[in-house]
Design a protein around this ligand. Structure first.
Ligand SMILES: [Mg+2]
Length: 226
């Protein structure tokens, strides 16, 4: 059995940092718009830029600046833009903080072959994997541009993994659950306490949902895999 793990908000904290950054961004633009308008505008700009920039902090920083120019009608000053760059740098430089139970559960599952499959900035994600102290526990680490069915198919084929031998664990239904089920693998959803708008999903997805990584070994036992 090959176990795939998402990284951001599955192995370590991530989205809470973005949310804190959003609050500071809203403050910077407070004289021009209310928080809801700013969030809507930022989401629209981030969505429009995804095919150009992909995912990650650098894309987010550029979208913040674009949003500030739009919301302020071109009045935003260099000081505020400089603060936005600082917000981006703070996210890039943020130390890795593992989620509860991650190290213990990875140790317990060590007899399986473990993979990281994450999307985002290639350089930033490789650095985070290295700084996480978890790298030696993983058989393979893959940083991908998208998490769609064809990406999972390509990654599994590359490493000689049959979909029916693969279980993906992650916090995002659209990225970690649905595309894996679509290619014939199994998935486990472990929600994080906050979810980026792009990763939200309403409705049933047919995969088990756990409260915490610590519940994973028992679920795998129930599946006869542990
Ligand atoms: Mg994630």
């Amino acid at each position: 059995m090959i176990l795939g793990f998402d990284a951001d908000d599955t192995l370590w904290h991530n989205e809470d940092g973005f949310q804190a950054s959003h609050r500071e961004f809203e403050q910077l633009l407070a004289e021009w718009a209310d928080p809801e308008t700013i969030d809507d505008q930022l989401f629209t700009i981030e969505s429009r830029n995804l095919p150009r920039y992909g995912y990650g902090v650098k894309a987010y920083t550029l979208s913040m600046i674009e949003c500030a120019i739009a919301v302020s009608g071109g009045q935003i000053g260099a000081d505020a833009i400089s603060t936005m760059l600082d917000l981006g740098h703070a996210l890039l430089d943020r130390p890795i903080e593992l989620l509860d139970g991650v190290e213990e559960v990875l140790d317990e599952l060590g007899r399986h072959q473990l993979m990281i499959i994450t999307k985002g900035d290639l350089y930033h994600q490789l650095l985070r994997i290295e700084n996480s102290g978890l790298q030696h526990r993983f058989w393979q680490s893959e940083v991908v541009a998208h998490k769609d069915p064809s990406t999972y198919q390509r990654v599994l084929k590359l490493h000689g993994v049959a979909p029916e031998e693969f279980v993906m664990v992650g916090n995002s239904v659209p990225s970690d659950v649905l595309p894996v089920l679509a290619v014939g693998g199994r998935a486990v959803h472990i929600p994080y306490h906050v979810t980026w708008t792009h990763e939200r999903h309403d409705g049933d997805h047919g995969a088990p949902t756990l409260n915490n990584m610590r519940e994973l070994p028992d679920l795998l036992s129930d599946w006869g895999l542990h």
